[in-house]
Ligand binder design. Structure first.
Ligand code: SER
Length: 315
């Protein structure tokens, strides 16, 4: 059966690309985009759009009934850097929206949920290299705490109410179509914009801050793959580790210099350094590879080439 999909947070960095990918896969009429504000032209014109507040349970429920939704992708969230500034708002958005959607599935109003988690669920006491699926998890950011709590609730709803919820711990995501919103890994996008605009970049993380990262194409493929996998292959019902590459600002700079030899970088770490210091350097994603066949395609060189040529074509 073809799913009827609602994407909540469809205008964000991931949601905007996910919406288009799902529309081309299942047909425009099968995918309803929603957000608290309108998105870009391509998104708005390729299918139905609803203004929807992710914290408004009644509004989500009536949207689900109106469109006979089967699957919900809950992409609305406040990311790590912004969440440190607005802890209450972050907790309320990240948790309430999840409960609303989990409860709709518990009440059999929808059949399947995708909910993104993050490498932010790990903390300063977590082993940093090849961080395993199951390990010490003591996140010290508001965002990380909300994602870890969310993971526990997803597993709880699966075990106790049979809710088919699937989740990925995304690494930092690099993309050019829609700007990211308030993350610690956003430097790895800003750097390409500044390299093209002014040939230099002041980085808010130190030069040796190594973090797990991924290109948006890979992240979208992973999201669709986990949602299409047979139900019994999804054995992790909290959230799956997912990896592609790891690098630090110095390494990304080197790949940019292969295209823009005079590109220069300086370092002025701010409060986001403290967040990045608590996260893993690299991730062991064996479970994703074994359970639903995950395999990344983009390395740092191919990401840099693709980012620069796409951003260049926009100007
Ligand atoms: N990219 C996110 C952030 O930096 C991590 O999930 O907040």
């Amino acid at each position: 059966m073809t799913p009827k999909i609602l994407i909540i947070g469809a205008c964000g960095q991931i949601g905007s690309e996910l919406t288009l990918a799902l529309r081309s896969l299942y047909g425009n009429e099968q995918v309803i985009a929603s957000d608290i504000r309108a998105g870009n032209e391509e998104l708005m014109q390729s299918g139905s759009f609803e203004i929807l507040d992710a914290t408004d349970k009644t509004a989500i429920a009536s949207c689900v009934r109106k469109h006979k939704i089967t699957d919900v992708y809950l992409m609305a969230a406040m990311l790590s850097a912004t969440a440190e500034k607005y802890p209450d708002k972050a907790w309320s958005l990240n948790m309430n929206s999840l409960f609303h959607v989990l409860d709709l599935a518990k009440d059999k109003e929808i059949q399947k949920i995708f909910w993104p988690s993050s490498i932010a669920v790990f903390g300063p006491t977590t082993p940093k290299q090849n961080t395993p699926q199951r390990t010490i998890m003591e996140p010290s950011t508001v965002y990380g705490i909300s994602k870890l709590a969310g993971e526990r609730w997803c597993e709880y709803y699966y075990k106790n109410y049979g809710v088919d919820v699937r989740s990925i711990r995304y690494p930092g995501l690099i993309s050019w179509k829609t700007s990211p919103g308030g993350g610690t890994t956003d430097y790895a996008i800003e750097i390409y914009h500044k390299a093209l605009q002014q040939g230099s970049y002041e980085c808010f993380l130190n030069k040796d801050t190594r973090l797990p990262m991924m290109y948006m194409e890979d992240a979208i493929r992973a999201t669709i793959a986990i949602m299409q996998a047979a139900e019994d292959t999804i054995r992790v019902r909290s959230s799956y580790n997912l990896a592609a590459i790891s690098f630090d600002p110095e390494e990304i700079t080197e790949t940019i210099r292969e295209h823009i030899p005079d590109f220069s970088i300086s370092y002025a770490p701010d409060f986001r350094q403290k967040i990045a210091d608590t996260w893993p350097h690299s991730i062991d994603d064996t479970n994703s590879r074994e359970d639903w066949g995950w395999q990344p395609q983009y390395d740092l060189k191919t990401i840099t080439a693709d980012m620069l040529s796409n951003l260049e074509s926009l100007v």
